[in-house]
Design a protein around this ligand. Structure first.
Ligand code: PRP
Ligand code: ADE
Length: 178
């Protein structure tokens, strides 16, 4: 059942105090990937949400780096393509880029200029929503390409950082909230 799957996911998220900096409680998703049943539960729950609310999705957009762990599995399950939003300097060819702030640093994301066609319906996926800076920058990239963002999906949402507000009016779906 969905409740059992959610519990399985919750049980495979490991907290680390003061990583990568003092004051940050890091939520590690590595145990999910190590356990086939937990990983399947994540993809099942994402798939159910897409079938409920985003049936018209044409592309899954994964965020560097941990969005790459879940995005392709979901895309394959749905029978749609997967594209990459990467940290600066990793993608060949002509790219578009957007700068953003992290819970613990600053960065720039990039996409290949021909990754999405204007009007294409996309869903963004990452492991975790913190301040929302990363997903916001990815949404800006999608805007530059005139893609239609149907929503964003994450395994974990850190509620006290108010990422949802930053991303308004985008819809955000998360499996586990802290
Ligand atoms: C983490 C996480 C998200 C982002 C969330 O990635 O995987 O992508 O931070 O934070 P935000 O909502 O405040 O933007 P990180 O930038 O640490 O890089 P990594 O995936 O390469 O480890
Ligand atoms: N990315 C940003 N904040 C994070 C956190 N607290 N745990 C894991 N990944 C993160």
């Amino acid at each position: 059942s969905p409740e059992c799957k959610l519990q399985l996911v919750r049980d495979h998220i490991r907290p680390y105090q003061d990583f990568p900096k003092k004051g940050i409680l890091f939520r590690d998703i590595c145990p999910i990937l190590k356990d086939p049943a937990a990983l399947t539960a994540v993809i099942d729950l994402f798939e159910e949400e897409v079938r409920r609310n985003y049936q018209t999705v044409e592309l899954i957009v994964g965020l560097d780096a941990r969005g790459f762990l879940f995005g392709p599995l979901l895309a394959q399950r749905l029978g749609v393509g997967f594209i990459l939003v990467r940290k600066k300097g990793k993608l060949p060819g002509t790219t578009l880029s957007v700068e953003y702030n992290l819970e613990y640093g600053k960065a720039e994301v990039e996409i290949q200029e021909d990754a999405v066609a204007p009007g294409q319906k996309v869903l963004l996926i990452d492991d975790l929503l913190a301040t929302g800076g990363t997903l916001f920058a990815a949404c800006e990239l999608m805007k530059k390409q005139q893609a239609e963002v149907l929503g964003c999906m994450v395994v974990i949402e850190l509620k006290e950082l108010n990422g949802k507000d930053k991303l308004k009016p985008q819809s955000i779906f998360s499996l586990v909230q802290y």
